[in-house]
Write a protein of this length. Structure first.
Length: 173
């Protein structure tokens, strides 16, 4: 059986059930999976490893040669596809609103609404099933999520976050 969302959270909080379950985290798609589902593009095995090898071993001719072969193959495949827009725009779409499989055939607005509703349900149901909060705290949770979503990668301290939101560091924690 597969349990997701609030059902999975309830199982995790139940000590007896938690001992008898296996948890498998499912992540959003990566760009290769996006291209495969949207256009049927399949990349040769070990493409990611070749790219990482090139990054970390760029002085090694063998890695460079493998990466060039992978790049040539990828360019041929991309050119043979009937992309609706340049690959850079596909990347932008993927990053901004097509990272989940259910968004593939949605407009940008539909995708944003669906993802927002999903986040809202998590805050409304899942977070509040763990601990009871008042309405002000609910709004603060949304503000924290918005703040974190708009931050560049790196550390954001509780103190910085609480100062920005005008709430106590204890509430942020």
């Amino acid at each position: 059986m597969i349990f997701t969302g609030s059902s999975a959270l309830s199982l995790e909080l139940n000590v007896d059930a938690a001992r008898r379950t296996t948890k498998e985290i499912v992540f959003p798609m990566n760009f290769s999976e996006y291209l495969m589902l949207k256009y049927g593009l399949t990349l040769q095995e070990n493409t990611s490893e070749s790219i990482m090898g090139l990054i970390f071993h760029s002085n090694d001719d063998l890695f460079v040669e493998k990466a060039i072969l992978k790049e040539t193959e990828l360019i041929k495949k991309l050119l043979s596809l009937k992309l609706k827009k340049p690959i850079e725009n596909e990347w932008d779409d993927f990053v901004c609103f097509n990272g989940f499989p259910f968004t593939l055939n949605m407009t940008q607005t539909e995708s944003h609404e669906k993802i927002y509703n999903m986040v809202e349900r998590v805050v409304e149901k899942d977070v509040f099933s763990i601990q009871s909060f008042n309405t002000d705290t609910r709004n603060t949770v949304f503000r924290i999520l918005s703040f974190l979503a708009l931050q560049p990668p790196g550390g954001t301290s509780d103190a910085k976050l609480s100062k920005y939101l005008g709430v106590s560091p204890t509430l942020v924690q």
